[in-house]
Design a protein around this ligand. Structure first.
Ligand SMILES: [Zn+2]
Length: 290
């Protein structure tokens, strides 16, 4: 059973003009395990860097004007959107969200000169969940997944179908279909995730005329997410939310943030939250017109 070996074959079978496979992972940090030590473990950083493709700067596409989320003034300012109450720094121009996001440390999963790779907002995105391969509490996993997808919808304005169970069982080909985010819970130590990786995301895109369209993503989540803290504790609620939102952020095209307070920082840190820049990045990820 190896999801990653099967997926590229499926990808090629689609006969797409251009695709790219991007992998990002998320691991426990030294800062989480030892709160007194603000110094991240250098070894972890290096292994994480190897697991990831390079960071891409956000790039604007004229189609990304379909803002679907009501944005507070600070977020509008960061995105350089105009409107009541917004202000502009002297060196900023209006409607240049890519530059605003870059200044805030946010990156894209993938972008080129035509823009960032984003979901197209043409039809609700199918979301499936599979807990078959994992010994994680399937009820807890399903609830955590549902909550995270609900928050993702609120932050991005993207529409998702109700989460359905994957139609495969262990051993079947779990390759995702187009227009799908496939969420798969796996056990730690299965080889699908590196040691103490909490999750990973693989995102596929293709070039359609003048823009890069994300069309499928596979998110692996470790059962360790649910067992790291005792059920019912605030620490568990926060770390589960942060981890799932981080991987789902990748699934909608958001790369890592240089801000260690961001939910998109490469490491899970207790203080991680959805920052103003994160709000901006999630909203931007949902702003692509069909
Ligand atoms: Zn990540």
């Amino acid at each position: 059973m190896s999801y990653r070996k099967q997926l590229p074959a499926k990808r090629l079978g689609l006969g797409l003009v251009a695709t790219a496979l991007l992998v990002s992972s998320f691991s426990f940090s030294g800062a989480l395990l030892s709160q007194d030590s603000p110094t991240p473990d250098q070894g972890d950083h290096e292994s994480h860097a190897r697991a990831n493709n390079e960071a891409y700067a956000w790039a604007n596409n004229p189609a990304d004007r379909n803002w679907r989320v009501e944005l507070p003034v600070p977020v509008r300012n960061l995105l350089t959107l105009t409107g009541a109450g917004t202000t502009r720094r002297p060196d900023q121009v209006d409607n240049d969200p890519a530059s605003g996001l870059a200044l805030a440390g946010s990156t894209a999963m993938f972008a080129d000169a035509t823009g960032s790779a984003l979901w197209p907002n043409c039809t609700p995105i199918r979301v499936t969940i599979d807990t078959v391969e994992s010994s994680a509490d399937s009820t807890a996993a399903a609830l955590a997944t549902r909550d995270a997808v609900t928050e993702l919808a609120e932050l991005t304005g993207l529409e998702f179908t109700p989460i359905t169970a994957s139609a495969h069982t262990a051993g079947d080909d779990p390759a995702p279909r187009s227009n799908t985010i496939q969420i798969i819970w796996v056990d730690r130590g299965t080889g699908l995730l590196e040691d103490h990786e909490l999750g990973s995301a693989e995102v596929w895109h293709l070039e359609v005329i003048d823009r890069l369209i994300v069309f499928q993503a596979v998110v692996l989540l470790s059962d360790e997410i649910l067992t790291k803290h005792d059920p019912g504790t605030a620490a568990r609620t926060a770390s589960v939310r942060t981890t799932l939102l981080h991987e789902l952020g990748h699934a909608v095209g958001i790369g890592h943030s240089a801000d260690d307070g961001s939910v998109m920082y490469p490491k899970l840190i207790d203080k991680a939250s959805v920052t103003t820049a994160d709000q901006a990045a999630f909203a931007y990820a949902g702003s692509r017109g069909c």
